[in-house]
Write a protein that binds this ligand. Structure first.
Ligand SMILES: Cc1cc2nc3c(=O)[nH]c(=O)nc-3n(C[C@H](O)[C@H](O)[C@H](O)COP(=O)(O)OP(=O)(O)OC[C@H]3O[C@@H](n4cnc5c(N)ncnc54)[C@H](O)[C@@H]3O)c2cc1C
Length: 453
């Protein structure tokens, strides 16, 4: 697959979710997709798209509460309004705006700012009629279909969509995570890590740790290590980069990252699980030995679905060795409805859910569309689409000016009731170049516009 073909596939793929996913797509996009795809999903819409600017009225039939306004939540709120005639959608988000994780590693190298990665919810309200509530949901009642906010407000609905992202495991010895920031949820820790790198003594070791899978954005830590190592060459040339990976090997894009690590002189240590840390000396004790007196430690802990999902008892999937409880929410992969008995009116999308698809923003956007389509169908008394297709495209920064790419297409397999990666639709670039880097910006702009604008 050549680069142009990949780019057209990845941007067209933002719309490839289900037959209804084509409802708002212009014909050009649909045509472009069928020109370049060997994927089967080019059917015309089975229901007309509503006027997207019509807000819910007094004759509203159904109400959906979306919790979390990230990649998954913003997209599902928008597409429920686009496709769902007379569905009232309330999006509850604890922050007033969204900071994209995607591209946030470039804040560390000074190539991006957090403000350039900040997205407002205003278009969801003005263009699509989503009611946006700033608040922290502290409890949900999956059976009664109710949510409780920190200020005591209780809201009820016909469906709840949980798109609350991830939470991080505690690390033994690390009381203040700012000492060894993860910067894996873009925001204050991203700028903190950038300033730690800037103020570090030249010659001090820089360590990045990778948790066991599944974690958010499989190529993300490897691409961040490459980016940081490239930056160190000119800014702290005496410093060395170490990657301590809890996994037995590089988990994705193995060829590219293996070559890139060699090129950058990165010391890569597999099977290095963090046992404890000493914040005073920025030292780490791992299953592969001690790494002491570091200059900067970017410690990315293990991940799980947010507390809200756990307290509601929806974490019924993905138990790692040593875990006492499941980490993520099991879902019906046709509708993203919880598989917990009695909780079928709660849907879980994005990084919180457990599916074979990667925890990625592009996939969160795709899952949101499949979920919105299934909810719209359900309100109309219909079954979900039985053959959804999703796509994940990802660019990895190998240097500060060059990128590689990776793509996967997933199709529903009725035999296993799961999304399965299609070999034919998946691929990766051989090597990296500056053109991919430029295409990455194009892809990112299209993805964020599809979710927030
Ligand atoms: C450095 C980095 C680079 C990445 N690069 C890529 C990439 O190139 N391509 C890609 O596809 N993906 C990438 N990702 C992954 C991507 O960012 C995530 O997979 C994606 O954000 C998941 O979307 P989500 O909606 O599940 O979670 P989030 O985007 O994290 O959104 C969750 C939202 O829920 C809100 N929330 C949580 N709990 C509550 C509550 N109780 N009440 C109210 N609001 C709540 C949060 O405030 C947040 O806004 C990257 C991630 C990182 C860290």
């Amino acid at each position: 697959m050549d680069r142009r073909n990949f780019l057209s596939k990845s941007s067209a793929a933002l719309a490839v979710a289900s037959p209804l996913a084509w409802a708002d797509d212009d014909k050009k996009k649909s045509k472009k997709s069928s020109d370049h795809h060997d994927k089967p999903k080019t059917t015309e819409p089975t229901t007309p798209a509503p006027n997207p600017t019509t807000p819910p009225t007094g004759t509203t039939k159904s109400r959906v509460i979306v919790i979390g306004g990230g990649m998954a939540g913003a997209t599902v709120a928008k597409y429920l309004r686009l496709w769902g005639d007379n569905i009232a959608v309330t999006l509850i988000e604890r922050n007033s705006s969204y900071i994209s994780n995607i591209m946030s590693s470039m804040v560390l190298t000074g190539q991006r700012t957090v403000s350039s990665l900040t997205y407002s919810y205003s278009k969801l309200t003005s263009a699509y009629g989503v009611t946006v509530v700033k608040g922290d949901v502290v409890e949900i009642d999956p059976v009664g279909v109710k949510v409780k906010l920190a200020n005591g407000t209780i809201l009820t609905a016909d469906r709840i969509v949980m798109a609350t992202g991830i939470e991080f495991d505690a690390v033994p010895g690390l009381i203040d995570t700012n000492v060894m920031p993860h910067a894996w949820q873009a925001g204050a820790q991203t700028t903190l890590l950038a300033s730690q790198l800037n103020s570090m003594t030249d010659g001090a070791p820089v360590v990045l740790t990778i948790p066991k899978v599944p974690y958010r954005c499989p190529p993300g830590p490897y691409e961040r290590a490459c980016l940081m190592a490239d930056w160190l060459k000119t800014r702290k040339p005496k410093s060395k980069m170490f990657v301590l990976d809890a996994n037995p090997g590089i988990v994705t894009e193995v060829d590219n990252f293996t070559k890139a690590f060699a090129m950058h002189g990165i010391t890569y240590v597999p099977n290095a699980e963090i046992l404890s840390v000493d914040p005073a000396t920025k030292s780490l004790t791992t299953t592969m030995g001690n790494f002491i007196n570091n200059g900067v430690v970017n410690l990315i802990p293990g991940q799980r679905a947010g507390k809200l999902i756990t307290t509601a008892g929806l974490n019924n999937a993905t138990k790692l060795i040593g875990d006492s409880a499941f980490r993520f929410a099991g879902v019906n992969q046709l509708s993203y409805a919880s598989t917990v008995s009695g909780a079928g009116k709660v849907h879980v999308i994005g990084d919180s859910s457990a599916t074979p698809q990667p925890k990625a923003g592009h996939i969160a956007n795709q899952e949101a569309k499949v979920c919105a389509d299934a909810i719209v169908r359900s309100f109309a008394g219909l079954q979900p689409d039985q053959a959804p297709v999703t796509n994940s495209a990802c660019y990895s920064t190998i240097t500060m000016t060059q990128a590689s790419w990776l793509e996967a297409v997933f199709q529903y397999n009725p035999a296993t009731a799961a999304m399965v990666a299609s070999v034919a639709g998946s691929g990766a670039s051989v090597g990296w170049d500056t053109e991919n880097f430029e295409d990455m910006n194009e892809w990112f702009t299209a993805l964020m516009a599809d979710s927030f604008a």
